[in-house]
Each structure stands twice: as C-alpha cells, then as structure tokens.
Design a binder for this molecule. Structure first.
Ligand SMILES: [Zn+2]
Ligand SMILES: [Zn+2]
Length: 135
C-alpha cells in the first residue's frame, strides 16, 4: 500500500491517494489549457474509492465534449485545481498531478486531446497519444 499525499498551493485542501501506480495522462484539451492557464494538465487516474480529500474545495461544473458532466474541484482559497470527476469516466478520480507532494514517480503513459495540443509541447516518449478521448 502506497499513500500518495498532496495539497493545493495554500495547503488548506489536502488529499491522500492510496494507489501505488495510477495511470498518468496528459490532457491537451482546451478546457484544461484554460483552467490551468497552461499548455496541458497532468492527471493521475485512480478508482474514486482510493482518494480521500478534505479542505475548502469548490466545484466548477464543466462539461466534456460529449456533453457529459465534468466536475472540477478546486481550492476555494487559493484556486489550485485538486481533482476532477467526469461522467465519461464513471468511478474514477482524476487527480491533478501537480498537487502531489512528491511528483518524482509521475510517468505519463497517455496523451489525450492531442488535436488541440500546443505544437511547441513535446510528446512524451513512449506514451500513447490520441486525437481526442480514447474509446
Ligand atoms: Zn488552497
Ligand atoms: Zn482536458
């Protein structure tokens, strides 16, 4: 059992993920670009039951390109995105990987929504890439 801890920038929102090796995926979608104000998001995907979260989280009710709900949970105090739930991925917790205390283990194996990838960002060697969401 490996507990991976993390927090938002201000430290009021915390989480613990009980997962040795979550699937790590880079998302190049335009919503991730805007919501992170960066080129892409890095996500650790695990079963929802493995994630424990606490703190002043607030939800932004976003929608995916299929029209399904995407609930983006962020710290109400500092604004860091902490985790996301997507109707298209039932039962999964999508943890925003930049919030882990230790990020040394992250190794993206998937890149999604490469259609909207900012072209100066290199693709991760060995990662599978998809134009949109893999089926
Ligand atoms: Zn915070
Ligand atoms: Zn995205």
């Amino acid at each position: 059992m490996t507990i991976r801890s993390g927090s938002c920038l201000c430290g009021k929102s915390h989480f613990a993920l009980d997962d040795e090796q979550p699937t790590v995926a880079i998302c190049h979608c335009t919503h991730c670009q805007k919501s992170t104000s960066s080129a892409y998001s890095v996500n650790a995907i695990s079963p929802r039951a493995k994630l424990t979260v606490s703190g002043p989280l607030k939800k932004f009710a976003d929608k995916g390109d299929s029209g399904g709900a995407v609930d983006r949970w962020f710290c109400a105090d500092c604004g860091s995105q902490v985790w996301t739930e997507a109707e298209a991925m039932p039962g999964a917790a999508i943890v925003k990987a930049g919030c882990f205390d230790d990020t040394s283990w992250l190794k993206p194996t998937l890149e999604i929504y490469c259609d909207s990838r900012q072209k100066w960002t290199p693709l991760v060697e060995g990662a599978a890439s998809f134009a949109k969401m893999p089926g």
